[in-house]
Ligand binder design. Structure first.
Ligand code: UTP
Length: 278
């Protein structure tokens, strides 16, 4: 069944410059844990324990994060500080990690295509770590894996967004086949509010069937000259089936400064502080 998850992390993170000049945006911490670790924990919870990163220049810190740091481990062994490494140790022990590079930043579709080397010919999850998704029960990717087992086709996570924000997202139109689940009939990348087919925006969680790779190869560059995953998904929807799932939980757009600050406050109050007290 599903066991692989791809993390496209080749982006420049320009909205966080100068912080992201020499450090990947995915390593920005929400309190004491880097964004990317939240995403990897969500993948592991969903049973996707073979984690693949599509990286670019300046992303080595991600590789180091998911590896043992012997000097540091030795230094704090047996002290009260050891517990600070508990969460990342657990992640390292629960998953395997592999890396490939996107030579040129040609869009999310292209980044996913570069990931074919790590995925092969099987269905897989995709997590954009700058979308932080939290849910008190099963995480968003876990919810999508359950649906995949039932429907066996590509699934995108969607949420309703206000009209004035719709131009920032890929937007779907679809027929609701059961509450919160839509069969996609149309998809538009970053439409103007008046052209948007609905208020249902795609967020950074996907399950993709492997035929997507050939469809991406057939997809010419779209909006902003980038190869858009939404264009390839629309072809897939027209030829077969793509589902859109209105997930349970809360999403924070940590790729923007406002969303990042909101997420930081939320995590501090609801996750970090209770953990320290417990
Ligand atoms: P974004 O456009 O939100 O990320 O891409 P960015 O480019 O890093 O951020 P800004 O706009 O400059 O601040 C969404 C996700 O897709 C990945 C990014 O790393 C991010 O996780 N991505 C995007 C790639 O890996 N390669 C690409 O060519 C484009």
């Amino acid at each position: 069944m599903l066991k692989k998850c791809l993390f496209p992390v080749a982006g420049y993170g320009t909205r966080f410059l100068p912080a992201t000049k020499a450090m990947p945006k995915e390593m920005l911490p929400l309190v004491n844990k880097p964004l990317v670790q939240y995403g990897v924990e969500e993948a592991i919870e969903a049973g996707l324990t073979e984690v693949g990163f599509v990286t670019g220049r300046g992303k080595r810190a991600i590789e180091d994060h998911f590896d043992t740091n012997f000097e540091l481990e030795q230094q704090i062994a047996g002290t009260g500080k050891e517990r600070y490494l508990d969460s990342v140790r657990k992640v390292i022990d629960s998953a395997s990690f592999s890396y490939t590079r996107q030579g040129e930043m040609k869009g999310l579709g292209d980044a996913i295509l570069q990931g074919q080397r790590l995925i092969g010919d099987e269905a897989f999850g995709v997590v954009l770590a700058d979308d932080l998704c939290l849910n008190e029960e099963l995480g968003v990717l876990g919810q999508m894996v359950q649906l995949y087992k039932q429907f066996r086709c590509s699934i995108v996570a969607v949420e309703e967004v206000p009209k004035e924000q719709i131009h920032k997202f890929g937007v779907i139109a679809g027929n609701e086949i059961k509450p919160g689940l839509y069969q996609v009939t149309d998809m538009v990348e970053k439409p103007k509010a008046e052209d948007a087919p609905s208020n249902m925006a795609i967020i950074g969680r996907y399950i993709l069937t492997p035929d997507i790779f050939d469809l991406i190869r057939e997809t010419p560059p779209g909006k902003n000259g980038e190869v858009q995953i939404t264009d390839a998904l629309l072809t897939q929807a027209k030829r077969g089936c793509v589902l859109a799932y209105r997930f349970k939980g809360r999403r924070f757009d940590c790729g923007s400064v406002d969303g990042f600050v909101e997420a930081t406050n939320h995590v501090y109050k609801n996750i970090y502080l209770p953990g320290e007290k417990g």
